[in-house]
Each structure stands twice: as C-alpha cells, then as structure tokens.
Design a protein around this ligand. Structure first.
Ligand SMILES: Cc1cc2nc3c(=O)[nH]c(=O)nc-3n(C[C@H](O)[C@H](O)[C@H](O)COP(=O)(O)OP(=O)(O)OC[C@H]3O[C@@H](n4cnc5c(N)ncnc54)[C@H](O)[C@@H]3O)c2cc1C
Length: 743
C-alpha cells in the first residue's frame, strides 16, 4: 500500500517505509497529478508548470528524468497513464492521499452534522483531524494546490470547535478537552481556540482548569502579540464562574482590547444546533436580529463563518461581528436599524470584489447582498432592473440575449453594486459612457432605515452622488440601467493582440496616437502581462511576458474588416486573437484566469496622457512582473464618457485619458510581500507622470487626501449630500466621504 502525505511533512511511503520525503520533485509531481484527478496534462504544460523559468527543451528533459524516478519509486504499482504526449492520473485503490482522506472525512462529518447525527459527526471529524499533521505543503506548491493552506487549516479549526461542542454535549468531556487542546495546537494565537478550551473545562465543572487555560491564553497573547484577552473571553469565564474568585482572576492584570461585552447566559456553552445554525449566545443582541430576518445571520463561532467573511482578495482577513446574508429589502432595513441602534459598524457587500476588502470590516455587521441577484429586462424600453447583489455576469446574461448591454467593466465576476456606484469603466465606455452614465434610477435604504427611489426627479442630489460616490449614501437594493444595442444582436468582435514585451514602448506610443482616431464602436485596453500558460493561448506563448491590447468592436460586422485593419496590421504581433463572439463571452474571458482567493495588492491613478516618461517606467517594470498573474492595465475613459460634464455626476475625471492600475497578484500568501513591494515601487515611479487622483474602485485604503484628489471639485458637494443623508457616517466602510459640518 502506497501513502502520499501532503498535510504536514511531505512523504511517499510504502508500508510505513519512506520512499521519498521533504520537498522532493517526485512528491510534487505525484501530488500535482493526484490533486488534479481526471485531467490529462500535456507534457509541455507539466514541464512549464514545474520549471517555469527554465527554457522548454531543458524543462522537458527535467520532466522526463523526474517521471522516470517516479516510475522507479512506484515500482509495480501502475498509477500513471500516458498517451499522445499527455500524462494523466489513473486513481488506484492502492494509493492513499491524506488530503483526499481529510476532505472526504470532513464532508462526511458535515453531512452527519446536518442530519443531527452527533455520533457520526464526531467519528468523521476525528478521522479528518487525524489526517491533519500541520501545514499543507510549502508555499511554492500552492499555485497548483486547489485548496489554499489557510483554508484547510480553517476547516480543521472549525471541525475542532464543533467536535468539542458535540463531545461535551454527549458527556465525553475528556475527549472534548483533547479536541479543544488540539485546536490550540493548530492555531495557538487564535483566541477563539482558547475560548473553546475554557468552555470545555467549565462544562466539566472544572473552574481551576478553566482559569489555568485562561492564564495560558493570556500569556501567549501577551508574549506573541502584545495584547490581552478580549472582553468576550473574560466574560465567558465570569459567566462560568460567577463567584468573586472567578471574577477577580478573570480581571486581574488584564485590560480590555476593545469590543463590547455581552455576557452569555447559563454555562456559556452553545449547543451544536446553535453553532451550525445562526445565533451564538455570547452576542445576545443578535438573537433579536436573527429572529427578524428571512435571510441568515452568521456569527464568529458558527460553521461557515470563515467562508462568509472571505472576500475576493485573499489578503483580506477581517472578522466581522456578524454577517447577514439578506433575503430582501426588509432584511436590509432590519440590519441598518440594528447597526444604528446598537452603535455597530456597518459594512455592505455586493460582489465582494473590491481589492481593499471594504465589503467586510472587523467587529462590524456585514450586510451581504449575495442572495439578491435577480434581473428584470424590459427590451422595449431598453432597461434592465438589477438587484443590489447581482454580478455583471447576471446582467450580461439577461441583456445580451436581447442584443443589448449596459456598460460595465472588463470582467463579469465583479459585483454590480460596487462597480456601478464607483463609476464603472469597461469595453462600452467609449461608445456609451460609464456605468453611472447609464444609471436611470436606484432604490436605496438610507441610514435612518427609510427606503427611497433616487432618479432625475426624486432625491436628485442623492442620485447625483450615487453616480460615482460609492457606497457612502445607503444600501442600493436595486439599480435600473439603460441597455444599448451592440454588435450583431449581441455578437461583437473582440479578443487580445499580443506583442513581444520588447516592443512595448513602440506599441504604447502607437496606441496612444491611434485610439483617439478610432470610431467609438472600437475600444481596447492596453496592458503588460504574462501570457497565461493554458488554452486557448498557443502553447509556444505560454508564460511569455508581453504587451497586450484587448479589443472590443461593437459596430456593424459588414465594415468590421476596415475598422479593425489598423489594429491587425501594426507591428509584429505574437498573436492576433480577434474573433466574433457574444459580448458576454468576452466579458467572461478573463474570469477563470483570476479565481477568487488570490493575494491582490493594487495601486492606481488616472492618466491624461501616456507620456514617454511613463512608457519608460512601464517598460522597466513590465520586465520585472513579480508573478505570472501580476499585471498593469490602462483602461480608456474617453468618447461618450468624456463628453459628460465633470459636475454632471459625482465621477469627476471626465476629460479623456485612462484609468491606470498596477496589480500584484499571486495565489501564494508567501508572495504577498513581494507583490506589494513591486506594486508600490512601480506606483511611486509612475505617479509623477499621472493626473493625481485615482478611480476609487481601484484604490486600497489610502486616506482622505487621495479620496479628495479623486473627486476633485465634486468632493465638497458630495460631503454636503453625505451630511443630508448620512450625517452620523453610518456607512463609513468605503472610500469615505466625510459629512460636511452643518452651519
Ligand atoms: C478582477 C477585478 C477586475 C475588475 N475590473 C474592473 C473593470 O473592468 N472596471 C471597473 O470599473 N472596475 C473593475 N474592478 C473594480 C471593481 O469595480 C470594484 O472592485 C468594485 O467595488 C466591485 O464591486 P463589488 O460589488 O464586487 O464590491 P464589494 O467589494 O462588494 O464592495 C465595494 C464597495 O461598494 C459598496 N457596495 C457594494 N454593493 C453595494 C450596494 N448594493 N449598495 C451600497 N454599497 C455597495 C461596499 O460597501 C464597498 O464599500 C475590478 C475588480 C477586480 C477584483
């Protein structure tokens, strides 16, 4: 029997004897094939994946050598299939892989929990936990490991939490203590784990041990983080030991590090039912909120909390007080009222895409609109009404079927809410303006809990501010947009043209002169990037750094050849990938290349001209893209968008040019520092060549000066509208407009 261990120290063993260990290539190869079951990988792809920096002939030689070694190690056990130059994994009963065993046991445990079968839950949870012996593989593997290490770790701690509760409930106190202790071993600095152990001791009636666990928690936090236990931890101890001694010990020497205390009732133990449903006892006021919602409320100790708080940018790690996945407008009103009345921070999540992670906030109530995604098209009126939590893929799906579209962005996975409220720059901007220029009306829940409609007739100042002012003014429950006819019944001609990176300066100079001369039916953004190593790109270009322009032509097809001729004919492109396709297909083309959960750090500026000085900086930093996902894009804001006066909507940068964004991206958290440093350094050198402000949807949390610079002369008016509609700044987890002082 072969066993492949990837959780903890990597090993390939047969009947307990090591065949290979540590970071050996053989284990990496085998793991890659095992973790991608059912696929057949061309040899060249495998070589490119494992030796990305090595010239292809040498990489192929390396691959041949390692496959040979692998076959030697596997001996008689036939697990690799090869045909037509492709290598595939043939799963065999004779091979056990701990990651897969872990995942299967965890799945079984969750199913048992859902069926309220505590005994089966505990068995499967413990079987899963037995497989987990530490971190999943070193950092450099994680770009092809489907489950990021943090996620598996979170799944383990969540299983521990639930198992400890279930074991306590079924009277198996000692086993509960073991699981709670194990949880602390996995994440010693997570206070929630320490709370679990304290609870388990209290449930056994062992106050001295609970106090001991509290002291140990306090020591670790003090030593490693320089903070004291949170109020909740002390409250837990006080509630479990309501005599003077417990009180004194829990308070001795420790000061609060923030967060209000809501002492739990009874022993402070939650039933398994409570944990997997919604409300936890320690946050008593939430019980009322949960009862008033048709949607769900997820609290920190609930199963699913970690999934609920995760946003698109894997770098963001915030712990909200609660996440309400709302069902309808009434739920939103309930949440807004609850946050205001309890002085809680309030964050609003549309698609969760903003890189700054403003959709979630520590200790806040998050209104997650992800279940409100319906659309209603009126083809005769050329309008589409869209729920506040929809993604652009939902809107494209609804409108392109009728040969129409609303200007959005350059991908489909972003939320409508954040993108539309910040401005909205995309393929259709030159021809039909920004997304906000196509906004006809919005339904908004205001800070005082009232629901209003804003359009050219009602709440006109609010309507002005919503068109670029972000989520500052309330929760938009639905948007009504104009739809525009595009292409031949929704079919456009689009795709990338790639040039060698060495040609980037020449291509950029040509592009900046060409774009203003093109008809507005044709638009294209320019970028520096690495050609993705996979279909549909030709294999010989995989992993090659390039300068690329992605074009989109939405005019009549019978003149397309003529319009596109200058774009096809220039220079010596590596690839001309222009083809007829549905507009929605172009919108979705890049989504699979950038799945949720990667590390993102980006910096941005508006650019009035692509100057020679800027091109020199681009050329240098394009040559040092730190990872295959990192990139730089310049998105045109010209044509129809530039004809709208700067004060007609809150979006101020109207005088032509581009929104530029430098993006460091990588799946591996270990590379977070490298991508951030590269982005900052690139930005610092480029910034002097730019217009000053930035598109708020591309900004990190960069402070008031940057926000003011982005709204220019419109800021003061925005501040006055803010003072009228949200004077207490309830909606402040955004690129915040500070309410004007009245008087
Ligand atoms: C891969 C990628 C590609 C992108 N491409 C483009 C592009 O081509 N063009 C472009 O213009 N932008 C683009 N963006 C930026 C995008 O516009 C922002 O990330 C935008 O905030 C995403 O909207 P969201 O609803 O997903 O945001 P979230 O992260 O959910 O929210 C962002 C902000 O908007 C607020 N908000 C969201 N929904 C509502 C609502 N219904 N009511 C009130 N406030 C709300 C939130 O409170 C928060 O402050 C891209 C982003 C990514 C990550």
């Amino acid at each position: 029997m072969l066993r492949l261990s990837l959780l903890g120290e990597q090993r390939l063993t047969r009947r307990g004897t090591d065949l290979a260990a540590g970071g050996s290539r053989v284990i990496e190869l085998l793991a890659y094939l095992v973790l991608h079951p059912g696929i057949r990988v061309p040899r060249a792809v495998l070589a490119g994946t494992f030796w990305p920096e090595t010239p292809q002939p040498q990489a192929m030689t390396n691959l041949r050598r390692e496959l040979h070694n692998l076959r030697l190690l596997l001996g008689g056990i036939e697990v690799l299939g090869m045909s037509d130059g492709a290598i595939g994994w043939v799963p065999r009963a004779a091979l056990t892989v701990d990651v897969q065993v872990f995942a299967a046991e965890r799945r079984a445990a969750l199913l048992a929990a859902r069926a309220h079968d505590q005994a089966a839950f505990v068995d499967h949870a413990q079987a899963a936990l037995r497989e987990y012996r530490g971190d999943l593989m070193p950092g450099n593997y994680s770009d092809w490991v489907p489950e990021p290490r943090e996620r598996i770790q979170r799944e383990c701690t969540s299983l521990c939490d639930q198992a400890a509760v279930a074991l306590t409930e079924s009277g198996q106190g000692q086993r509960a203590l073991e699981v709670a202790g194990r949880r602390i071993g996995i994440q010693p600095l997570d206070e929630l784990g320490h709370r679990g152990l304290i609870r388990a001791h209290l449930a056994l009636g062992d106050l001295p041990a609970a106090l001991q666990a509290f002291r140990r928690c306090a020591e670790v936090l003090e030593r490693e983080l320089g903070v004291a236990p949170a109020a909740e931890t002390r409250a837990l101890l006080r509630a479990g030991a309501p005599d003077a001694r417990g009180e004194r010990l829990a308070n001795r020497g420790w000061h609060s590090v923030g967060g209000s205390t809501h002492p739990p009732t009874g022993t402070g133990m939650k039933t398994m039912e409570e944990q997997t449903n919604t409300v936890t006892g320690a946050e008593a006021p939430f019980t009322d909120l949960a009862a008033s919602l048709r949607g769900t409320l997820t609290l920190p100790l609930d199963a699913g909390y970690d999934e609920a708080r995760a946003v698109y940018n894997g770098m963001i790690d915030r712990r909200p007080a609660a996440i309400a996945r709302v069902h309808d407008t009434a739920d939103i009103v309930a949440c807004v009222d609850f946050a205001r009345n309890n002085s809680l921070g309030l964050a609003v999540r549309g698609g969760g895409h903003q890189a700054s992670g403003l959709a979630v906030a520590d200790d806040a109530l998050v209104i997650d609109l992800g279940n409100m995604r319906s659309t209603t098209v009126d083809p005769a009126a050329h309008t589409v009404r869209v729920d506040g939590g929809a993604l652009w893929a939902d809107v494209d799906h609804a409108t392109v079927a009728f040969g129409m579209a609303t200007p959005s962005g350059f991908v489909a996975s972003t939320g409508v809410g954040g993108l539309a409220l910040g401005g909205g720059i995309g393929y259709l901007t030159r021809r039909f303006g920004l997304t906000v220029d196509n906004l006809l009306a919005a339904d908004v829940v205001l800070a005082d809990g009232t629901l209003v409609k804003a359009d050219e007739v009602h709440h006109t100042e609010l309507f002005w501010a919503l068109r670029g002012g972000g989520g500052n003014f309330g929760v938009v429950t639905s948007f009504t947009f104009r739809m525009n006819e595009i292409g031949e019944h929704g079919k456009i001609i689009g795709g990338p043209v790639f040039y060698d990176l060495a040609d980037a300066p020449e291509v950029m100079r040509w592009y900046r002169e060409l774009l203003p001369t093109l008809p507005e039916e044709l638009s294209g953004w320019i970028g520096l990037l690495t050609i993705p190593p996979g279909p549909p790109f030709p294999e010989e270009l995989w992993g090659r750094k390039a300068c690329g322009i992605v074009w989109c032509y939405t005019g009549a097809h019978d003149v397309a050849e003529k319009v596109l001729a200058p774009v096809r004919d220039f220079g010596s492109p590596l690839l001309v990938g222009l083809a007829p396709m549905g507009f929605d297909a172009l919108q979705q083309a890049f989504d699979p290349l950038f799945p949720a959960g990667m590390q993102w750090y980006w910096r941005a500026d508006f650019v009035k001209e692509i100057s020679d000085a800027a091109i020199e900086v681009h050329a240098r930093y394009g040559a040092t893209l730190p990872t295959g996902f990192s990139t730089m894009h310049l998105y045109p804001i010209d044509g129809a968008a530039a004809r709208v006066p700067a004060d007609a909507t809150a979006f101020a940068y109207r005088d032509g040019g581009w929104a530029g964004v430098i993006v460091g991206v990588d799946p591996d958290p270990a590379n977070a520092e490298a991508i951030t440093a590269w982005t900052k350094s690139y930005y610092d050198e480029l910034h002097p060549t730019t217009a000053g402000g930035a598109y708020v949807n591309f900004m990190m949390e960069e402070g008031q000066d940057r926000i003011r610079a982005s709204y220019l002369q419109n800021y003061e008016r925005l501040a006055r509208v803010k003072a009228q509609y949200d004077p207490a700044n309830l909606f402040h987890h955004n690129q915040n407009i500070v309410p004007a002082t009245v008087g």
